[in-house]
Design a protein around this ligand. Structure first.
Ligand code: FES
Length: 62
């Protein structure tokens, strides 16, 4: 079994490091890879993936 590490980036997305598959609510594959970035600011137009909008929106993590 492989392991993944999830790290909250400073004022940015969650970095998922390790082999993983991201599914949408219908169970369809959104992304597969060894490193993905998940939005945690709520502004991405490509949820659940980060699209960089956190920078434009000035997201500040609590
Ligand atoms: S964290 Fe990057 S777009 Fe939301």
């Amino acid at each position: 079994m492989s392991e993944i590490t999830i790290t909250a980036q400073a004022n940015g997305p969650l970095e998922v490091d390790g082999a993983c598959t991201v599914l949408n609510s219908s169970g369809e594959v959104v992304k597969e890879g060894n490193k993905v970035y998940l939005c945690r600011c709520g502004h991405s137009a490509n949820k659940p993936m980060c699209d960089g909008s956190h920078k434009r929106e000035g997201f500040v993590a609590p």
